[in-house]
Ligand binder design. Structure first.
Ligand code: PPE
Length: 304
């Protein structure tokens, strides 16, 4: 269960957590046209800070642009509303979920005459794949569901409806006793996790899948940047599932999942089956930055 916070921002005003409801004919509820973000705020040594707020807000607006939703706010307004939502709920560390959706009005697929609505909720949310997973690694399974074809879904956009595909994959993996699903693209190459990007390490080179059928993760981008700074060779290239089976290390990245080592894929142990040295280095560096212990990337943090 989500731990309720005090207030949710809805279309410019704060409403009580329990009053934050919508009409049942809300267009997005029927057809899935909506865009959202997942953002984390971390408690730091000095203050709490939101990780890469501006990049998340920018991606939200890009998602809206791709699916032709006109956002009735500026990026600055939305960023301020997000900070205000964390503040008013007095949350030290939390997960923040802005959701742009099409309100009720007309029914039928054409949404252009309906209002575009925005809600921003924030609540305490521990790491997605479990604290233990961050240390011991998680078990992943290649899904029988395929990631969207590039002409089915434009995955640069973080669109609500796309997540039916992720949910089906996630449920299949969970029901089979795994922690997370790994989806392949329509040509059979590795795409991404149900809610994470994927990386492998082989012979000292860090590889991640290119931006064809995946979400351009902000954690992915941060990890690539950190790796380059540490002179770890990086490559964005396609690879197959067996490349993961024989990798030295593998890990998932995402706002909810953070940096989560993968200890096995399809019951094949990855590397030593433990969090590897490159994963450990990048994970530690990520946590030091988001928790304000390493000031080198202070520009990634917006104090609350
Ligand atoms: N791929 C997918 C499909 C995805 O949903 C996410 C985030 C990522 C990659 C990583 O993106 P980023 O968070 O910018 O590094 N998934 C969000 C939703 C998870 C959920 O279950 O809800 C998230 O992590 O917030």
């Amino acid at each position: 269960m989500v731990t309720p916070s005090d207030k949710i921002w809805m279309d410019g005003t704060f409403v009580d957590w329990n009053e934050a409801s919508v009409h049942v004919l809300t267009h997005s509820l029927h057809y899935g046209l909506g865009a959202f973000e997942g953002i984390r705020c971390y408690e730091g040594t000095a203050a709490s800070a939101i990780f890469r707020l501006h990049e998340h807000v920018e991606r939200l607006f890009e998602s809206a642009h791709i699916i032709m939703m006109n956002v009735p706010y500026s990026q600055k307004d939305v960023a301020e509303a997000i900070v205000e939502t964390v503040r008013i709920n007095k949350l030290k560390s939390c997960y923040i979920r802005p959701l742009l959706y099409v309100g009720h009005g007309e029914m039928g697929l054409y949404h252009g005459n309906n209002p575009v609505k925005l809600a921003i909720a924030a609540w305490s949310w521990g790491t997605y794949l479990g604290e233990e997973g961050l240390v011991q690694g998680i078990r992943a399974k290649v899904s029988s569901f395929t990631r969207h074809h590039v002409n089915v879904a434009m995955t640069r956009a973080k669109v609500s409806g796309y997540y039916v595909n992720s949910i089906l994959a996630k449920c299949e993996a969970k029901h089979a006793g795994y922690d997370e699903a790994l989806l392949l693209d329509t040509e059979g190459y590795v795409a991404e996790g149900a809610g994470e990007n994927v990386f492998l390490v082989k012979n000292g080179v860090l590889k991640t899948t290119p931006l064809t059928s995946i979400l351009e993760g902000i954690t992915r981008n941060s990890i690539l940047e950190l790796a380059r700074e540490k002179n770890i060779p990086v490559s964005e290239e396609r690879f197959t599932r067996d490349a993961l089976y024989v990798a030295d290390e593998a890990f998932f990245t995402g706002t909810a999942a953070e940096v989560a080592p993968v200890r096995s894929i399809d019951d094949r142990q990855v590397g030593t089956g433990k969090r590897g040295p490159v994963t450990t280095l990048l994970q530690q560096s990520f946590f030091d930055i988001v928790r304000g212990q390493d000031p080198s990337h202070a520009h990634w943090l917006t104090p609350v």
